[in-house]
Every structure is written in C-alpha cells, then in structure tokens.
Design a protein around this ligand. Structure first.
Ligand SMILES: Cc1ncc(C[n+]2csc(CCOP(=O)(O)OP(=O)(O)O)c2C)c(N)n1
Ligand SMILES: [Mg+2]
Length: 595
C-alpha cells in the first residue's frame, strides 16, 4: 500500500476531508463547482487550506443546478469529469435537474454532498435534522450510475475510486458521493492508506463478438442503399474518425443526430435533414449509439395535435444496432426511449467497433471490387442531394437576409463568417439544431452536442464548463443561447465574470418560450379554439428582458439588444474581440425570429 506518486510532496492528511482532497488530486480533478454549505464545511476547508485551492480549484456558482451543468459541459469538452459539491438535501434537490441531464447524456460528473451528522446524538437542533435524510442518495439514485455514503474515513478511498471508475466507464454517467460531516471532520490518528491508482485501471472497451463483424461486413457489402444514423459516436475521436472512413469507403449517407458531433457538416455524404428523401429507399441502416431510433427514422406529425410520428423507413430495411445504451436501462425514467427494432443487435463500444469494422471492410478486396460501380453511383447521388440541400439553404438565407426581426439564418451565417478564421467550438445550440447546418464544423468535438435530458437551464452553465475546460487552449467557445433557457440560470454570468471564463454568448432573443407556442397552436387547432391565444403564458415580452444590461450588472461585457440586421456583424465582431483579446466572457443579445 502506498500513496500515488504524484501525491508524494503533499502534507499528511489530518482530517477525513483532507483524504477526500488527496483523492481528488490523485485523479487530477481540476475543479469543484460549489455553492457553500455547512454539511461540507470540512471538505470546503480542506479544498482551500489543505489542497491550496489548486487541482482542484473551487468554482463558486450561485445555484447548485449550475455546479452540475458546469461539470456536464466540462466533461463534454474534456472527456473527463470535474466535481460538484452540493449542500445536503437542499443543494441536492436544486442539483437534481442537472444530474438528470448529465445522466441522459451519459456524461461523467462526480457529485459530492455532505450530510448529517448521521449520529443523531451529535446533531445541532433543527437545521441538522431538517437537512438530513435516510438515505440522501435515494433522491437521485434512479439517475446516477452509483451512489454511496461511506461510514468511516477508512472507507472513503474505496468509495471514491469505485465512483470515479464507474462514472468514466462507457456508458458513462454521474455518480453521487455523500460525505457524512462526522467523517469529513474526523481528526485522524494516523495515515489512511490506499493503494496506488494503478491497481484500479479503467476497463478496456467492450468489443463485438466475431459473429457481429461477420454479419455486419456481409450485410454492408450486400446492401444497395445503406445509410448510417449516428448519435454519440463522436464522443471519442477514434469513433469519429472511423465513421468518416467507413462512410467514405462504401459511400454511405450519414444522418447526424447530434448527441455529439459525428460527421463533417459540409461533407457530401452528410445528408442530415434529408431523411424524408432518403430513408424510404434505404435497405440497410447502421444505427450507431442512437437511443431514440424511432425519432431518427420518422417524421413528426405536426398536424392537429397528433402525437404519433410517421415512419419513414421501409419495413424491409435491415437494421444493425450498435451501442452500449442497454447497459444503463433503469425502471424509473423512460430515457431508454421506444424499444429499438433490429435484425442484428451488437453491444459494443463504437470507438473500437467502427475502426475494426472499417479495417475488415478494407480487407474485402474482392467484394469491394464487385461493388465498385454501385458505390460510385451512390456517391454521386448523395453528393448531388447534399448540394441541393446547401443550395436550398443558401437561397432561403438570401431571401430572408434583410428581414426584421433578424432571421436566424442570417444570425448563423454572420456568426459562421466571423468564426471563419478561428479555431471555434459550439458549446450549446438551439432546440431546432438548425445552426449546425450553417457552422461548417469539421473537427472532432467541434460541436458539443444537444442535451438529451431536455431540462432547461443547461445552456449557459454547461457552456461555461466547456469554456473552463478549454481555457488557455486557444479554442474559441461559442454558446448559441436561447433566451428562455438562459433565464433559468442567468446568474451563472457572475461565475463567468468572476473566473474570467472566455465564452462568446450569443443570445437568440425571440422573446418567447417559443417551443410551446407551437404546442398551444396545435391544441387550439385541434380543439377549435382561438389560435391567437397561443402566446398567453409563453411570450417573454412586456417588458422584454434586457439581457445586455443583465450581463453588465454581473460584470460581463455586453452589447444589445441588436434589432437592426445591419448592426449584427459589428456586434458579433466586438463580442469576439473581447473574448479573444481580453480572455473574458462577452454577451451579444440578438432580437431574432422564432426559428
Ligand atoms: C425545466 C424545464 N421546464 C420547462 C420545459 C418545457 N419547455 C421545453 S422547450 C421550452 C421553451 C424554451 O424556450 P427557449 O429556451 O427560449 O427556446 P425557443 O423555444 O424559444 O427557441 C419550454 C418551456 C423544459 N423542457 N424544461
Ligand atoms: Mg426563446
């Protein structure tokens, strides 16, 4: 039993919470986002005074939801977890929404809480009682991968190491560690030993069995019109690169679901958005890390309040399903989505499955030769369709260029223009995802992806987490920020200003929780009620929110509201300059059309 090497220089732990800090350091956790509270006062002291407030550094947030959302965005950008600390049951209740979002996105967050004392004989009157539960982890147990509450300081290392390993093993997810205040504040008699972390390596990724490769290779070579639907392949660079290689090798059309960024936007095989034109003729669908297959292969029925989607895929098409999502099926939340159909279902990590599939297919020299003409024919066909999509988009953008309020297509185009010479990254987007077709991303993780939990309040804090993760790398982080979502967690602007987090926040102010206007419109149509009432209880007008004034009040540079199309370019450039040259956050509030 020895301490990890990198802790050799550290002072000896004197209290239980010093041991927790030793573990955070051993795993190179860079930040702990928190809102302070007495149940982790021991840990807070250890972070600052024992750990020197470095690796991890404390990041103060004005709401616990932000502490977790920040860690969620950090994990997307960096591929590893940071921690959040939330005060007993009250902080945990505030954090719960963000924990659920991280759960649905399969992203690792180490959520730590304080509790107790569990020994009722040691409690202060009132507050220690109303803020203690049996067991605190119950509150979030259905949407974390694991939770624990060690009963002694000696049990802390095991709990922490297990939590870290589970959180970071695919399919990843948040974990919750609850530290009893007695355990944190315990004065130690001697050293608490724990083995070197090398004794607890990350497990190797899950690979498909031989039968999976044999069938997948054969079916792909047999198919006349194969397509790929990818959702979270882009969480790892090996998967991202192999997907490109595979699609190019066989000229397969790719539909990006944007759980992560999976495929270059301007690539001629990227037919995202053209499902209606293509899926009906597909005879094989390779489904990669897609929890919601039904949504990916159907069209939403918008008319008359109908709920059921319209299927686009022929029932004759073969389906190969690859992913690990079934490993995280739980009973409480139905985030497993509709039961997925498949002719071949493979439980494998796409980041090892796809490179091996591509390697095997390249070795099929005879089969490829026989199919060469077919492959080239469909390459031409897909690239023509791709060009049509680009042309239609350009035409629509031109037609709406001078409209007021500013058209979203103009906003995305002008943003793309100013980012042209930057090493940019989109940390968050709108619910329509339309911007992804305007910002020509090519690189791994250049768009961090949409959040599947669908709980509002995510965009700003998650973007700050991503920008914090990438601070100093020269990458320019951009948050395309819907206004309604922003209002949930707007005080995160204080955190942005205080920690000088370089982030360009472009607020899409349609002054509405617009998504719900469409629902109210459908209700009105279905029930024969006045459609004009759809805005009641939904518009954010009278008064409109002055987001720039809000931002300035928190110490963030801001411009807006920008209402004139001609002023947009300069406002965006000025914001960009602040982020680039001063390394600080900037907010540009743009009054724009609904979609
Ligand atoms: C926590 C939470 N509350 C309410 C909703 C319901 N909801 C879904 S989308 C939406 C509107 C979002 O408005 P905004 O962020 O401004 O985006 P817009 O639709 O206007 O583009 C609402 C209220 C939700 N998803 N999450
Ligand atoms: Mg809105």
């Amino acid at each position: 039993m020895s301490k990890p090497a990198r802790m050799a220089e550290r002072p000896t732990a004197q209290y239980g919470s010093d041991v927790i800090v030793d573990l955070l350091k051993a795993f190179e956790i860079e930040y702990v986002a928190l809102n302070p509270g007495a149940t982790f006062r021991g840990l807070h002291d250890s972070l600052v005074n024992y750990g020197g407030n470095h690796m991890p550094e404390v990041i103060l947030c004005p709401h616990e939801e932000m502490t977790v959302a920040l860690a969620h965005g950090y994990a997307r950008a960096k591929g590893k977890p940071m921690a959040s600390a939330v005060h007993n049951i009250v902080g945990l209740q505030h954090a719960a929404m963000a924990i659920y979002n991280a759960w649905c996105d399969r992203l690792p967050v180490i959520v730590m809480g304080g509790t107790g004392p569990m020994d009722t004989a040691q409690r202060r009157p009132w507050i220690d009682w109303v803020h203690t539960a049996l067991v605190q982890g119950n509150l979030v147990r259905d949407f974390v991968k694991w939770d624990d509450q060690p009963g002694s300081v000696e049990a802390v290392p095991d709990a922490f190491i297990r939590a870290y390993r589970l959180a970071t093993t695919d399919p990843m997810g948040p974990v919750y560690l609850c530290w009893d205040s007695e355990v944190q504040e315990k004065k130690l008699d001697g050293e608490i030993p724990f083995s070197s972390l090398d004794r607890y390596p990350a497990p190797l990724p899950i690979q498909a069995p031989e039968e999976g490769f044999e069938k997948a290779v054969r079916w792909l070579l047999e198919a006349k019109a194969p397509v790929i639907i990818a959702d979270s392949v882009g969480r790892r660079e090996a998967g991202f690169k192999a997907l490109l290689e595979l699609a190019e090798l066989l000229a397969i059309a790719v539909f990006d679901q944007y759980g992560r960024f999976n495929f270059p936007v301007r690539h001629p095989l990227n037919l995202t958005g053209m499902q209606e034109k293509v899926l009906g003729g597909a005879d094989l669908v390779l489904v990669l890390d897609v929890p919601d297959l039904e949504g990916a292969v159907s069209k939403r029925a918008q008319e008359k309040g109908a709920r059921r989607p319209i299927p686009l895929l022929s029932s004759k098409a073969r389906i190969i399903n690859v992913g690990l999502d079934d490993l995280l099926v739980r009973a409480w939340s139905h985030d497993f989505n509709k039961l997925r159909e498949a002719d071949l279902s493979i439980m494998a990590d796409t980041s090892v499955f796809l490179p091996e599939l591509a390697r095997r297919l390249k070795g099929e020299k005879e089969g490829l030769k026989k199919k060469a003409a077919d492959i080239e024919k469909r390459r031409g066909q897909w690239s023509k369709l791709h060009a049509e999509r680009e042309e239609a988009q350009a035409q629509q953008t031109r037609a709406k260029w001078d409209e007021r309020p500013i058209a979203t297509s103009r906003l995305y185009s002008e943003l793309a223009e100013i980012l042209k010479h930057e090493d940019w990254l989109l940390t968050n987007g709108t619910s329509s995802g339309k911007e992804n077709l305007f910002l020509p991303a090519t690189k791994f993780n250049q768009i961090l992806g949409k959040y599947k939990g669908g709980g509002l309040g995510y965009g700003l804090p998650a973007s700050l987490g991503a920008a914090l993760a990438l601070k100093g790398t020269g990458k320019l982080c951009v948050d395309l920020q819907p206004d309604g979502d922003l209002l949930f967690t707007i005080s995160a602007l204080w955190t942005a200003a205080h920690y000088k987090i370089p982030l360009l926040i472009v607020v899409c102010s349609n002054r509405s929780y617009y998504n719900d206007e469409e629902h109210q419109e459908r209700m009105a149509q279905a029930r024969g009620r006045p459609v004009e009432n759809k805005v009641v209880g939904i518009r954010i007008e009278d008064p409109p929110v002055d987001f720039a004034a809000n931002a300035r009040s928190y110490g963030v540079w801001a411009v807006g509201p920008v209402t004139e199309p001609k002023d947009l370019g300069k406002a965006l450039r000025d914001g960009l300059k602040v982020v680039k040259e001063k390394g600080r956050p900037a907010l540009v509030d743009v009054v724009c059309q609904m979609r």
